[in-house]
Design a protein around this ligand. Structure first.
Ligand code: NDP
Length: 300
């Protein structure tokens, strides 16, 4: 194996460590950052995500609330819950866990979240600021990828970056971040997707390859350049009767083979995953600071 393995847990730890000072400063001023997660229905994966987000809050000394509602909830009821959280001074970050049931219009729900509490960074206000290069709350997974690259001192300026996947939560925002002007960006970015012709030809150009596809083993060793940096966002369950749960988690990249060729590579699990939660904590603390500053500015 030639590649250095990126340790997402270590980078996430360093983010949390830096947050502790900011949380203590907020505490001195009587503020405990608070995160509310709204969980609709009984999807087991969503339950796991929300539980681990709440646990991460508690470990850092943040306030956390999980609001569980049945899948039969109406659009109006869900909107009212979010509106209540917008008004709640204990809450600085709101996330509505997806997927939502089919009868709920997800974008309408996102639009209801106050942009100042949009810790997922999915509100069009946050997306617009990101595209303008003036982000306030950045979507967590792409922001986590940027932190990984910075921690491992990956120079992105002038580099060819290929992002495979164009979702609103990973592919598009990470591409937007990397193409901004600035020292931690300045990359030449290509976004590929399921309609891309000759995907391997495109990915082989990448100095930095980011796979956010959701299909195990899509990126094989012949699709990457020698010494490429490979970031695997994918989280896929594959059957494995030898494990207690009967499955294991793998990424979108053929890790073993690509690790022979890459210079740096993220494992799954333990790469991008821990960063997503760390950046959610980061956004919640940032939102609390911003809200406190805005409240002070509003004082007569
Ligand atoms: P989406 O399903 O929303 O998007 C997948 C993208 O991959 C689409 O743009 C799709 O193209 C593209 N795609 C699908 N098949 C191919 C293919 N064969 N070749 C090229 N492109 C293809 O997924 P997400 O962005 O939400 O998530 C991607 C993966 O990342 C998932 O495994 C998810 O679980 C994981 N994830 C992990 C996180 C973490 O914290 N580690 C956080 C968020 C997601 P098209 O647009 O044409 O359909």
């Amino acid at each position: 194996m030639t590649a250095r393995i990126i340790d997402g847990k270590e980078v996430a730890r360093s983010i949390r460590k830096k947050l502790k000072g900011r949380i203590a400063d907020l505490a001195d001023r009587g503020v405990t950052p608070g995160l509310a997660a709204v969980l609709v229905g009984d999807d087991p994966a969503s339950e796991t995500y929300v539980t681990s987000k709440a646990k991460a809050c508690r470990k850092l000394g943040l306030y956390s609330e999980v609001i569980r509602k049945p899948a039969t909830i109406s659009q109006e009821q869900l909107t009212e819950i979010v509106a209540g959280l917008n008004r709640n001074p204990q809450i600085h970050g709101i996330l509505v866990q997806s997927p939502l049931p089919g009868h709920i219009d997800e974008l309408s729900v996102t639009l209801t979240i106050s942009p100042s509490k949009d810790v997922d960074g999915f509100h069009p206000h946050s997306v617009g600021l990101l595209l303008l290069g003036r982000p306030k709350l950045r979507p967590c997974t792409p922001a986590g990828i940027m932190e990984l690259l910075a921690y491992y001192e990956v120079d992105t300026a002038g580099k060819e970056v290929v992002v495979v996947g164009r979702s609103n939560i990973v592919g598009k925002p990470v591409a937007a971040m990397l193409q901004q002007k600035g020292s931690a960006a300045d990359a030449t970015v290509t976004v590929a997707h399921s309609r891309t012709r000759n995907l391997a030809e495109v990915t082989r150009r990448a100095d930095i390859l980011i796979a956010a596809i959701g299909r195990p083993g899509t990126i094989t060793a012949d699709m990457i350049k020698d010494q490429a940096v490979v970031i695997d966002v994918g989280v896929n369950r594959v059957d494995d009767p030898s494990t207690e749960k009967g499955y294991r988690l793998v990424g979108d990249v053929d890790f073993e083979a690509c690790a022979e060729k890459a210079s740096l590579i993220t494992p799954v699990p333990g790469g991008v995953g821990p960063m997503t939660i760390a950046m959610l904590m980061y956004n919640t603390v940032t939102a609390a600071e911003n809200i406190m500053a805005a409240d002070q500015d509003a004082l007569p």
